[in-house]
Ligand binder design. Structure first.
Ligand code: HEC
Ligand code: HEC
Length: 378
């Protein structure tokens, strides 16, 4: 068989090189490029039969590369269904229906302190960059690769899987009631978090398919009477007197930092009826972060138990448990300062400063009314 003309041979080689370049630049066309490569390879083998070993090797590498790209695209979610909601929507969800800012600050915007600040702090980079380090740490610990996006998805859907040092496992899963964010909203939120100092690549956000169980999406409407619950909540002479320790700030006003209990003004957006019921009937079962009961043993042998109110380098401040009863009637809670030099040891007690006898003093109906009222605070 005669050798093909020089021009044809040059064209074959140029085509081969062009295919490799195209593969690198247009991975989404990998299938087409792979087929072209295979055809060109056949042409080259015909033009240089004696070079079949190197030619076959080069051609096979190209075709294998193309197949690998097609395979990895199959596994990734299709580009069209990806993220109709961008990071701008993520910001709106963060401050709005996600209730994230009720526990987290971001940059210098106001927010709660129950969860770690998500903006940059003196100790830590912003969450987009922090997620890279956390993903590396968890990949090593678990022996399987985890991307920064995977870490953030996990921290929203399964917050208890990794609990940040110094904090409590008390973040509500963002896809379950009452927060109940939808897959697109979770993607937008993760894109927004990645944007805080990291590389936001929305294409890298993969959600576990099994995360949205139907049962968890059922709406739980509490059965109680909201208005009766509200009266009970604010009646300081009544059996509940919740407002003594959980005063509700007027809409738009900052919660009172002197309040004895956590701010409940948006609690219904974050916690479902079961959690609220349990908070009333078994307050010590889960103690809200920042509202610990501490026990101090003093050098003279005295033991002081009280609600931790922080302190400074010279003293520890707390509201002693025997003073809580007075506070529960609406009187200002006396704060006791104990010099650190007098303290022998300090320990946390698994005991809530909230009255533990509501199960006895409230009727079942009153508890239901209170839960209905708390659920309405959003
Ligand atoms: C009731 C308070 C609360 C709410 C509401 C809340 N979080 Fe959290 N969040 C926490 C706490 C506490 C932690 C630390 C413990 C842990 O890792 O689970 C945390 C941890 C995180 C982390 C990991 C931070 C890190 O340093 O790795 C991210 C990210 C996060 N939250 C995002 C969100 C987003 C987004 C929302 C809104 C959908 C949200 N949180 C709602 C309390 C909350
Ligand atoms: C003597 C003060 C006091 C009274 C009265 C009181 N609480 Fe509390 N409450 C607390 C403290 C302190 C905490 C935080 C410790 C804990 O989680 O148990 C708390 C926690 C809670 C929480 C959990 C909040 C969260 O974000 O996790 C709920 C809900 C709650 N209280 C509801 C009520 C209701 C409803 C009443 C009235 C029936 C009430 N409390 C009466 C002091 C009080």
């Amino acid at each position: 068989m005669p050798r093909p003309a020089l021009v044809l041979r040059l064209a074959l080689l140029t085509g081969l090189a062009a295919c490799f370049a195209a593969l690198a630049l247009m991975p989404e066309r990998a299938l087409l490029i792979g087929l072209t490569l295979a055809l060109l390879l056949a042409g080259c083998l015909w033009a240089w039969p004696e070079w079949w070993i190197p030619l076959t090797a080069v051609g096979l590498i190209g075709v294998a590369g193309a197949l690998a790209m097609v395979w990895s695209q199959r596994r990734a979610p299709p580009a069209t269904g990806m993220s109709p909601l961008g990071a701008g929507v993520g910001r709106a969800i963060f401050y709005g229906k996600g209730y994230c800012s009720s526990c987290h600050t971001l940059a210098d915007h106001a927010g709660g302190l129950r969860g770690p600040p998500l903006g940059a702090t003196q100790q830590q980079p912003p969450i987009g960059r922090r997620a890279v380090a956390r993903a590396e740490q968890l990949s090593r610990a678990r022996g399987r690769p985890l991307s920064p996006a995977d870490y953030l998805v996990e921290s929203l859907l399964e917050p208890g899987a990794f609990v940040v040092d110094g904090y409590r496992d008390e973040m509500p899963p963002a896809h379950l009631p009452p927060v109940r964010l939808q897959p697109d909203e979770i993607r937008a939120l993760v894109a927004f978090l990645l944007e805080q100092g990291g590389d936001a690549d929305p294409a890298a956000i993969e959600l576990p398919a099994a995360a949205w169980p139907d049962a968890a999406l059922a709406v739980d409407t509490p059965a109680g009477d909201l208005e009766r619950g509200k009266r009970l909540y604010f009646d300081l002479a009544g059996p509940a007197a919740c407002a003594a320790c959980h005063p509700l700030p007027a809409p738009g006003r900052a919660p009172q930092s002197s309040a004895l209990g956590p701010d409940l003004s948006r609690i219904g957006g974050v916690r479902g009826a079961d959690f609220l019921r349990r908070s009333i009937l078994e307050p010590s079962a889960q103690i809200a972060g920042g509202f610990d009961t501490v026990q101090l043993e003093l050098l003279d042998g005295t033991v002081v138990v009280g609600l931790n109110r922080g302190g400074d380098p010279s003293e520890v401040r707390l509201v002693r448990h025997q003073d809580l009863a007075a506070a529960a009637t609406g009187a200002a809670a006396p704060i006791t300062g104990i010099p650190r030099s007098q303290i022998r040891s300090r320990s946390l007690q698994p005991l809530s400063a909230m009255p533990g006898n509501y199960a006895e003093i409230l009727t079942e109906e009153e508890v239901r009314d209170l839960v209905a009222y708390l659920s309405s605070l959003k």
